[in-house]
Design a protein around this ligand. Structure first.
Ligand code: 4NP
Length: 160
C-alpha cells in the first residue's frame, strides 16, 4: 500500500481537498486498496479543525466528501509516507527545512508538477480570496491527482 501525504499551510483548504479528491478518484478507479492518503499543514494554526466550510461546500457540489481534521506536518512523516506532495513552493521549502541532511528530499514533490491541463506551478491559497478560488483549486487538484494516479497505476503503485 503506497502512502501519500498532501501538505499545505493550514491543512483546512488545499491539502484536505487533495486528499479527498485522490480518495474519490481511487475509489472510482477501483484501486482504493492500493493507496492510503492523508494530509497535513506546515503550520499548526488550525490543528484539530475540520476542512474550511467554503471548501466543504465546493466539494459537496461535486459529490466529493471532505473529511478530516487538521494536523501539523512532523519529521516522523518523512518515514511514515512514501510520497509527500506540497501545494506550493513555500510548503515545499518548509517541509525540506525539516530534513537538513536531504535524506528524504526525493519523496517530496510539488503537486502542480502533475497537472497536465493547468499552467499553474503552485496551488493558489484560496483562504483569503473569493469563493471562486475554491472551485479553481478543486479543478486544478482534480487534474493533478488524476495524472498522479495514472502514473502510479502505470508503475503498479511502486511510487513515481
Ligand atoms: P490551506 O489554506 O493552507 O490551503 O489550508 C490556509 C488556511 C489557513 C490559513 C492560511 C491558508 N491561515 O492563515 O489561517
Amino acid at each position: 500500500m503506497l502512502k501519500l501525504l498532501f501538505v499545505c499551510l493550514g491543512n483546512i483548504c488545499r491539502s484536505p481537498a487533495a486528499e479527498n479528491i485522490m480518495n474519490h478518484l481511487a475509489d472510482k478507479a477501483g484501486v482504493s486498496d492500493r493507496i492510503q492518503c492523508d494530509s497535513a499543514g506546515t503550520a499548526n494554526y488550525h490543528a484539530g479543525n475540520p476542512p474550511d466550510r467554503r471548501m466543504q461546500a465546493a466539494a459537496t457540489n461535486r459529490q466529493i466528501p471532505m473529511l478530516g481534521s487538521a494536523r501539523q506536518f512532523t519529521k516522523a512523516d518523512f518515514t511514515a509516507f512514501d510520497l509527500i506532495l506540497a501545494m506550493d513552493r513555500e510548503n515545499y521549502q518548509n517541509i525540506l527545512s525539516l530534513d537538513p541532511q536531504g535524506q528524504y528530499q526525493d519523496k517530496v514533490k510539488l503537486m502542480c508538477d502533475f497537472a497536465t491541463q493547468h499552467p499553474d506551478k503552485e496551488v493558489p491559497d484560496p483562504y483569503y480570496g473569493g469563493a471562486d478560488g475554491f472551485d479553481y483549486v478543486l479543478d486544478l487538484l482534480t487534474d493533478a491527482c488524476s495524472e498522479l494516479l495514472s502514473q502510479l497505476e502505470a508503475r503498479n503503485f511502486t511510487n513515481v
